[in-house]
Design a protein around this ligand. Structure first.
Ligand code: GL9
Length: 837
């Protein structure tokens, strides 16, 4: 009967090829169909949102069959290996444009819309993006799924369907204001709800040792709370292939939507209360970047999605007849940082308590299943959970963690006999004060692979952060330098440059970014250099126009666009940039008759709502902008713009327009960075420290095409150890002193002179991130950049070489390395003409 139905569906799809076809007529028909029958409107009365939704549904129709084939034939089918990616965050970005590009129908869709008198770009602008991430870590999660699909490798990403994503940022009197991100308000056309794959999740309660039928001891977990996880599948199409992988996001729901007992006694609110509190779990994304918030709800979120994911894998593996002892042959599970690390004791629990696997065998399977990616060098970002809290929410997992720790420390003692100190740092439990579970230690003990995200960071992990783990398990450590998806970060966002590249070196580079190399000789071709400059100019015009529309600030597209966009954090040193701007401003005012390079400084980025210093930095940037932009004495030579609500959508206008990319973190602090790659591949030159992936970018693009400055990681360390005194730099560097004095004298805050004291005091007397120490060399690098800028052909040539030499930083390369060294999964070609079974 089922085969019969499949056959009918198959024939149906064949007959209705037009409805899902990729021709101009098919797309137009589909679109008008949705507009009328689904949106209930006539084309001439349709709103932007109607048009967006109708086009999105039209494109989505074209993904369904491919997705179903990938899911059923490749992912579920028994003997192909599936990559499972566990991440608390995915920065997917706007979907419509991306899916159009990956389906390879950009021109057709553009034409279809044009024929109907609609501008495609304005349709794309109507999308509300799913901002389910804080930054780079979620961006790589999304890029790697895209890469896996493009390489036709079956994969499932698991995560949380936050009802509210990262807050929307606006400014009030220069201060950051946070607003709820209601991204689901108009509906999200790219997902399919899968009620039949819901699972149950337990929390709290206690455990009980019982004997099973054969007299073996077994542990029962008697929870105090149970809720349901409902999966929503988002399509992840590869580029010009039939593979469409699944991003399965979970929403929490109450098991019974009403407590009828309370309802019957008239307590309506009490009855709904439980439902509301269960559903709180997936309500909102924690807005912290690079710091932890030890809240119960966050731990519940982590366990919730991880347990949903593992149950889902076990279910479909067993459904398809797999033997649980082969779990690690079927799945490899990558932990995106420590957020999903509770998966390690959770898999142990499922294997031992639910599947009756013996402990040692279960541990073997677990260790063969997980790979761990470490994304940070900041000690405050290393997750730890109070033992009391973890034991209260997950009593069984706490026991399992203790059991793992017992065996693990026995192993560690063999490596380090008589080294109590080392054993203490290796322990999964921090016992120096209040007891904590160290999630990074758990991840290292329970996985077969540990990787950093750029060479320097991996080396620093081996020699500092995870040093003792490295000496026990050297074979587990490997590096996977991050990459970015060239389809989104070049093709989609930079249509103009894409056209020029296609016209010059042909297509093919989108799938094999190393082909950009063939652009190199054109750097010597004056005709091409002129074209390059013309394209850049047009792109900058676009951004200038957007800035004017949004902020009423006029910026000169001929000026150097110098851009710093990323989360606001002291280690990323937005304040170093501000000091540079102020000193330049001061210089222009003091010497108005000299000649200067006109510059536009553009900022973007959100601060964690509880991070006061970061919020003060935002206020400072806005205050400096206010003064400089309104000072007619400097002849519009410099302008400062802070673009609010920096997100993927806004960034898509920003990266292509940059001349200079600011990557100025304190060396040894930025694990990799990925914004640095997005800029460079779009032809920006970098001014950067010897940190994260900057080092590798410089190596690729050449030191002549990169402005390096600042202390190196080991110099930062030794300066700190030898007693760093930031005040001496204030005394010795006049322009730095003047800049700080201007802030302190209230030049930028006339109504509240001491407003920025906490910031300047911190710089003068503490300066954890060595802003003061790097200032002089930073200004030198900036002057070097200005010199090159004055020779516009030489600058253009360096810009061309940046793009030409960025092949290494395609996420396809990174994914291939993960596949080769860690995941060991094969491509499976999807043929949509196959009948589904
Ligand atoms: C980060 C690092 O700080 C970045 O340097 C790195 O490029 C990305 C991706 O590997 O990971 N680690 C981290 O916690 N964040 C990063 O951006 N922050 C968030 O995205 C939450």
């Amino acid at each position: 009967h089922q085969n019969f139905l499949h056959q009918i569906t198959h024939n149906f799809l064949k007959q209705h090829d037009d409805r899902i076809g990729l021709t101009l007529e098919a797309i137009k028909d589909g679109f008008l169909d949705y507009l009328f029958f689904n949106r209930g409107t006539y084309p001439d009365q349709a709103t932007d949102q109607d048009i967006y939704q109708a086009l999105a549904m039209t494109i989505r129709d074209r993904l369904v069959q491919r997705w179903l084939h990938t899911y059923k034939k490749a992912t579920m089918e028994k003997d192909t290996r599936v990559v499972i990616y566990l991440s608390a965050e995915y920065l997917m970005g706007p979907q419509l444009g991306h899916n159009i590009v990956n389906l390879g129908v950009r021109e057709v869709v553009e034409k279809a819309m044009n024929d109907l008198g609609i501008d495609l770009q304005s349709v794309l602008d109507a999308e509300v993006e799913p901002g389910l991430a804080n930054g780079g870590l979620g961006n790589v999660a999304a890029s790697y799924l895209d890469g896996l699909s493009s390489l036709e490798v079956p994969a499932i990403g698991y995560g949380i369907r936050y009802e509210f994503g990262l807050f929307r940022q606006s400014f009030s009197n220069g201060w950051q204001i946070e607003e709820t991100d209601k991204w689901l308000q108009f509906g999200f056309p790219w997902e399919i709800q899968q009620f039949d794959r819901a699972v149950e999740i337990k929390f709290g309660g206690s455990t009980q040792r019982v004997k099973d039928e054969s007299g073996n001891e077994k542990v029962n977990w008697i929870p105090s709370e149970e809720i349901k996880g409902i999966p929503y599948d988002v399509f992840v199409p590869g580029y010009k292939v039939n593979t469409v992988n699944t991003l399965r996001l979970w929403k929490a729901e109450a098991i019974d939507s009403f407590n009828f007992q309370s309802f019957n006694v008239g307590d309506y609110y009490g009855a709904v209360d439980k439902k509301v509190s269960s559903e709180n779990i997936t309500k909102v994304l924690y807005p912290n970047d690079e710091s932890i918030e030890g809240k119960i709800l966050r731990l519940k979120q982590q366990y919730f999605f991880v347990s949903c994911a593992l149950q889902d894998c076990v279910n479909f593996f067993l459904e398809s007849g797999g033997n649980i002892l082969d779990f690690h042959e079927k799945f490899v599970v990558q932990l995106n940082d420590t957020h999903p690390t509770i998966a390690i004791p959770e898999l142990m629990r499922i294997l031992v308590d639910e599947q009756g696997v013996a402990w040692d065998e279960a541990w073997h399977i677990t260790q063969k299943t997980f790979g761990y990616t470490q994304h940070t060098l900041l000690p405050e970002a290393l997750e730890k959970w109070p033992v009391g809290l973890l034991g209260q929410i997950l009593p069984r997992h706490m026991e399992i963690i203790y059991d793992i720790n017992y065996k693990f420390l026995n192993l560690a003692r063999e490596h380090f006999p008589n080294h109590q100190e080392i054993i203490r740092t290796l322990s999964l439990i921090d016992e120096t004060g209040e007891k904590y579970v160290r999630m990074a230690n758990l991840a290292c003990a329970g996985s077969f692979s540990i990787n950093g995200v750029a060479n320097l960071q991996t080396e620093l992990l081996k020699s500092y952060t995870l040093k003792d783990f490295y000496s026990i398990f050297p074979e587990k450590f490997n590096n996977k330098t991050n990459g970015i998806a060239p389809r989104r970060w070049l093709m989609l966002i930079n249509n103009r440059l894409t056209q020029l590249l296609d016209d010059t070196i042909g297509t093919g580079w989108e799938k094999d970014l190393d082909q950009l190399k063939s652009l190199e000789p054109f750097a010597e071709n004056q005709d091409f250099v002129n074209k390059w400059k013309a394209v850049k100019k047009e792109i900058k015009n676009d951004l200038a126009q957007r800035i004017f529309e949004q902020q009423r600030v006029k910026v000169d597209p001929n000026s150097m666009f110098d851009i710093l966009v990323k989360r606001i954090h002291e280690y990323k040193r937005q304040h170093l940039k501000v000091l540079h701007i102020i000193s330049l401003y001061r210089k222009i005012k003091d010497n108005p008759n000299e000649s200067y390079v006109p510059r536009t400084f553009i900022f973007g980025g959100k601060a964690a709502p509880g991070y006061r210093m970061a919020k003060l930095i935002i206020k400072l940037i806005n205050s400096v902008a206010e003064v400089i932009n309104n000072d007619s004495s400097i002849n519009d030579l410099i302008k400062v713009v802070f673009i609010p609500n920096y997100n993927v959508r806004n960034s898509q206008w920003i990266y292509p327009a940059a001349d200079l990319s600011e990557q100025i973190s304190t060396a040894g602090k930025e694990a990799s960075g990925t914004g640095n790659m997005k800029f460079s591949v779009n032809g920006a030159l970098t001014v950067g420290t010897y940190d994260g992936a900057n080092i590798e970018i410089r190596e690729e693009v050449g030191s002549d095409n990169f402005f390096l400055f600042g202390l190196k990681a080991d110099e930062v360390k030794s300066l700190k150890e030898s007693g760093y005194n930031p005040y001496t730099y204030y005394q010795e560097n006049e322009s730095l002193r003047k800049a700080i004095d201007m802030i302190n004298h209230g030049y930028f805050s006339p109504n509240e002179r001491d407003l920025f004291r906490p910031l300047t005091d911190h710089l003068l007397y503490y300066d954890e991130y060595m802003v003061m120490a790097d200032f002089t060399d930073y200004v030198r690098a900036q002057e070097e950049a200005e010199q090159l800028w004055s020779q516009s052909d030489a600058w253009a040539k360096a810009s061309i070489l940046n793009t030409a030499r960025m092949g290494k930083f395609s996420s396809d390369r990174t994914v291939r390395e993960y596949l080769r060294d860690i995941w060991k999964a094969d491509a499976v070609e999807i043929n949509i003409k196959d009948t589904l079974h």
